[in-house]
Design a protein around this ligand. Structure first.
Ligand code: CA
Length: 347
């Protein structure tokens, strides 16, 4: 989903405001790399989409029901074009979102929904505080999911700038309708196409949405069992392992950072940008030897684990394998560290 929606999620509100931060996501990069396309009217563009949808096997009935008389959504264009170029540091991002108010609400939500969250944890292995933290950041605990109709919003974004990512998500949205998994009117979310309380892009809905309450429909808009289980399923499929932390904040003095810089290279892995903006993994014992400590100065735990370093301006984090699942949900260190930190605080 998630790369995209993360980037743009910021547009839909406080929790999501972050999209455009230090880790400007691949969607934005891709957009920037696009050459200006020859102007095409929206009407002609939609005609093109209809032809392609049919050739992709979407039924004529669905194409008629979803792509007839649609208009470009002006506000989507405005929002998209006014996304600030500036970036926000990881430190600032975390501080702005892990607020006392959100921690308090998170704790309340954890208590209110504990029985349900525990059942979902049994099946998918994702700890309840992590589910609540993702929920809190994505949609402010379900209170802000966006009211844009997804199909017209994606058609507008695909047309304005002709970006393949939105075009492809549009066809995924049509597939959802065509397969009867959700109705076109139900597909609502942010102006950038992220839907419902977990803010899933249509492709993520198709691959990861879960009907946990077993009413025959994965309802990520209004069914909390489906919302939480869909998030948990996404994280589990992205490699979240039971019983292990996401990572932890650490302290690294200037001298220690000099040693770290000499000893531990950054990754060269392909994948989304955040995967390259962290070091390779090293055993905890090696980090300890380089002088990395707990925030209070205490020794790192003596666990037999490897960790990678994610650096902010002043705050630094050693992250474990489970962190990759958070990055898969949303390819941004600021996002993943925020979720992890919030989860720890509400636990
Ligand atoms: Ca359901």
């Amino acid at each position: 989903m998630v790369q995209v929606f993360v980037v743009l999620a910021g547009a839909i509100g406080l929790a999501l405001a972050a999209v455009q931060q230090a880790d400007q996501a691949p969607a934005a990069q891709a957009a920037a790399a696009q050459a200006p396309a020859a102007p095409v009217t929206f009407e002609a563009f939609v005609a093109e989409l209809r032809t392609e949808a049919l050739s992709r096997g979407i039924s004529a009935a669905t194409v008629d029901a979803t792509l007839t008389n649609i208009e470009p959504v002006t506000v989507v264009v405005t929002r998209d074009r006014s996304q600030p170029e500036i970036t926000q540091s990881l430190d600032a991002y975390v501080q702005q979102r892990v607020t006392p108010g959100r921690v308090t609400t998170g704790r309340k939500m954890l208590n209110t929904h504990r029985a349900l969250l525990t059942r979902i944890e049994k099946q998918y292995g994702l700890p309840p505080p992590v589910m609540v933290a993702i929920w809190g950041i994505e949609s402010n605990f379900g209170s802000f999911t966006g009211s844009y109709s997804t199909i017209p919003a994606l058609a507008t974004l695909a047309w304005d700038g002709r970006r393949p990512l939105f075009r492809s998500e549009l066809f995924e949205a049509l597939k959802i309708v065509d397969q009867g998994r959700a109705s076109a009117t139900e597909l609502k979310g942010s102006w950038a196409g992220a839907m419902g309380q977990p803010q899933f892009m249509p492709s993520s809905y198709l691959s990861h949405a879960v009907d946990f309450d077993e009413d025959g429909h994965a309802n990520i808009w209004t069914s909390l069992p489906d919302v939480f289980a869909s998030m948990a399923n996404y994280l589990e499929k992205s490699g979240w392992a039971r019983g292990v932390r996401w990572g932890r904040e650490v302290r690294i003095t200037k001298a220690a950072m000099t040693r770290v810089d000499r000893a531990v290279p950054m990754r060269t892995a392909s994948g989304c940008r955040a995967f390259r903006e962290m070091t390779v993994a090293r055993p905890l014992a090696e980090w300890a030897k380089l002088g990395v400590t707990l925030p209070g100065g205490g020794a790192l735990p003596k666990a037999d684990m490897t960790a990678s370093l994610v650096r902010g301006q002043t705050r630094h984090f050693l992250v474990y394998e489970n962190y990759h699942a958070l990055i898969a949900y949303n390819c941004s260190h600021a996002y993943a560290v925020t979720v992890g930190t919030l989860a720890d605080r509400i636990d």
